[in-house]
Ligand binder design. Structure first.
Ligand code: SF4
Length: 385
């Protein structure tokens, strides 16, 4: 992580500039040392960008004039662009954000009392195809750059005009749970998460930054070597036969190898009191019976974890249904009786399609998946009509 990324895009002069927004502290130090400057310039620039919200290099007044002029030629501070903003009646705010290449991703801020959790995207679309996920139905365009990932945190704070020194903290928690599988965009996600934790940037505690994965086991093993963020795992099924159907990457990395990788991740943490969050989307008649709950309780016995149950949010390209309240309660009770800490995710931002699993950007699909799902939806609509 300590080498400078190649100049970002080479299509035109503007794009050939280094985007300082996406450089970790180490990368920024290398950048200034290569310019013949002292390392502390990196600290100054990080503070300007991530503490003060400044994007204009000529406003970074504690840099000498000639350095500012030099930086304006070779570098820029370029956040992604907000295309639209929607505010839910419950306080949830969702942004559609345009990224280079024409795609759109979505970012959601969910306030809850004194906390506000930002759900951040890591890819335009997703190359995996979890059957209950609307992002997966859109196919995959590309990975987001580190600047586009951390830029979502920057934009959220900017949108509340909260870079002022007297402002309350707008973002207290970040979850890498938006569009995309973060571990398939490993390097950029790790740089962005480093900036979330970095005191010269957002200074969040490692307990308040969570990476959620569907189970890319080799990348999770690598993550244990470089990061101490909190871990959430999208499990959604208590056995391989069912998980193979719901989360197809399970065919490559089955549950046993995933749970072993989780145990290794927790063992590598300096704080031994932390637990993995197991995400389990409850789908009516598919994985929500008491027998499934018993099987899940047995499966997780050796893992320090808590369980987050997520009643499925229906969307047009899926035939799955939301479970009844009593099915959710029964499932919850089995796990609680088995000694687990279990939460049920309340639906937030439903009126602006910001609820879990409903994030859809605009993906220039490089797979054929989005077309296939669109065709199936049209067939269903015609059949119903
Ligand atoms: S649940 Fe996550 S990993 Fe699965 S398709 Fe959706 S975005 Fe991708």
């Amino acid at each position: 992580m300590d080498t400078l990324p190649a100049r970002l895009d080479s299509s035109d002069e503007r794009r050939s500039k280094v985007n300082l927004m996406g450089l970790s502290r180490q990368q920024m130090e290398v950048f200034f040392i290569e310019l013949g400057e002292k390392k502390f310039r990196a600290q100054q620039v990080l503070r300007w960008i991530h503490h003060a919200g400044v994007t204009r290099i000529d406003e970074m007044t504690n840099l000498g004039k000639s350095l500012r002029e030099q930086l304006q030629v070779i570098a820029e501070v370029r956040p992604p662009e907000i295309v639209s903003q929607q505010d839910s009646s419950d306080g949830t705010r969702k942004w559609a954000i345009r990224v280079d290449g024409g795609g759109l991703v979505e970012t959601v801020l969910i306030p809850a009392g004194r906390r506000a959790t930002l759900c951040v995207s890591s890819q335009v679309g997703c190359s995996l195809d979890c059957t209950f996920c609307s992002t997966g139905k859109q196919g995959f365009q590309r990975d987001l750059s580190a600047a586009e990932i951390i830029g979502q945190v920057w934009l959220a704070i900017k949108s509340y005009d909260a870079f002022r020194p007297d402002s309350d903290r707008v973002v207290t928690n970040v979850v890498m749970m938006g569009m995309g599988e973060p571990l398939l965009n490993f390097d950029n996600v790790v740089i962005a998460m480093d900036l979330m934790l970095e005191d010269l940037a957002y200074g969040l505690s490692k307990r308040r930054v969570t990476l959620s994965t569907s189970g890319v086991v080799p990348a999770l093993d690598r993550l244990a070597e470089v990061s101490e963020v909190s871990l959430a795992v999208s499990l959604h099924a208590p056995n391989d036969a069912l998980r193979d159907r719901l989360v197809p990457i399970n065919r490559k990395y089955p549950i046993a190898s995933l749970l072993q990788s989780c145990r290794n991740y927790m063992a590598a943490q300096s704080d031994k009191n932390r637990v993995v969050t197991i995400e389990y989307t409850l789908i009516a008649g598919v994985n929500d019976t008491p027998d499934h709950a018993v099987e899940l309780a047995e499966l997780l016995r050796e893992l320090p974890c808590k369980v987050n149950l997520i009643p499925f949010n229906p969307f047009s390209q899926s035939d799955y249904q939301r479970p009844s309240g009593s099915a959710v309660s029964r499932f919850w009770q089995v796990l609680v009786d088995a000694g687990y800490i279990v939460t049920v995710r309340t639906t937030r931002g439903d009126d602006i399609d910001a609820a879990c699993g409903q994030l859809v950007g605009q993906v220039v699909d490089r797979t054929r998946r989005s077309g296939r799902y669109r065709a199936n939806t049209e067939k269903r609509v015609i059949a119903a009509g």
